[in-house]
Design a protein around this ligand. Structure first.
Ligand code: ADP
Ligand code: MG
Length: 258
């Protein structure tokens, strides 16, 4: 049975997609089979693994709304062990269409059900909102991985997100846990970033990964080549940070399984 992890934060631009793509690729590189599901109509995770969102007939939208079989929509990528269920602008319609449906929180869970034994890890890249798509991800996941950018309102945003996670736990997914918090786009020369990082660690203790993702040009450039950072420049500090995060992620999974 796969570990199903939602990468979520209602704030845009904090590194959800960069983390989803690079963590997925880094876990695959360690020999596990990974399915990345793009849940953002912007399709950035899709293009980030080299698939043109505009060219697609079958996407996560067709699974959620048109009852397509998830197994038929999965695509392979250039990274051995990494597959993707892509997304494109069609998914924007799902936000609206799902709202009027009974059991609307559970469409993604039902979509994944038939394929979850085929993977070690399933990563859900959420859109920057706490709308019905993110709720579907939180309902389908066992845990939430939260990327946090160390800037002024980070802690407020984090508190709000954790409140939403608590509500989802109470109403639809009692076993949901926090997988971990990862500090992204970190710049050690910036004193505010250092301060926020200390606050987050002070509040959330060992829920915060030791691995910190630096602000790094490889991670910013790689998407324009349709490749995860580790394929574009493995030696870069950004790629190395995601490899290190993947090791922590895998070690945590092994510990929980014991
Ligand atoms: N560690 C990093 N270093 C440099 N640029 C980054 C880093 N992480 C993300 N970015 C860039 O910041 C922007 C927002 O990141 P993204 O992962 O798309 O955020 P989100 O999915 O939360 O909206 C993108 O242009 C991305 O390439
Ligand atoms: Mg994104």
């Amino acid at each position: 049975m796969a570990r199903i992890v939602a990468v979520a934060n209602q704030k845009g631009g904090v590194g959800k997609t960069t983390t989803s793509v690079n963590l997925s690729a880094s876990i695959a590189l360690q020999g596990q089979s990974v399915l990345l599901i793009d849940l953002d109509p912007q399709g950035n995770a899709t293009s980030g693994v080299g698939i043109d969102p505009r060219s697609l007939q079958s996407t996560v939208y067709t699974c959620l709304i048109k009852q397509a079989n998830a197994g038929d929509v999965v695509q392979s990528t250039d990274i051995k062990g990494l597959s993707v269920i892509p997304s494109n602008a069609d998914l924007a319609g799902a936000e609206i269409e799902l709202v009027s449906l009974d059991g609307r929180e559970h469409y993604l869970r039902d979509t994944i059900q038939g394929i979850q034994t085929q993977y070690d890890v399933i990563i859900l890249d959420c859109p920057p909102a706490l709308g019905v798509l993110t709720i579907n991800a939180l309902a389908a996941a066992q845990s939430v991985l939260i990327p946090v950018q160390c800037e002024y309102y980070a802690l407020e945003g984090l508190t709000r997100l954790i409140g939403s996670i608590e509500r989802v736990k109470e109403s639809i997914n009692p076993n949901l846990t926090i997988e971990g918090i990862v500090l992204t786009m970190f710049d050690a020369r910036n004193s505010l970033a250092r301060q926020v990082s200390e606050q987050v660690r002070g509040h959330f203790g060992d829920k915060v990964y030791q691995s910190v993702i630096p602000r790094n040009v490889t991670l910013a450039e790689a998407p324009s080549y349709g490749r995860p950072g580790i394929l574009y420049n493995m030696a870069s500090s950004g790629s190395q940070a995601y490899l290190s995060l993947a090791k922590e992620f895998i070690a945590h999974g092994e510990k929980s399984a014991r």
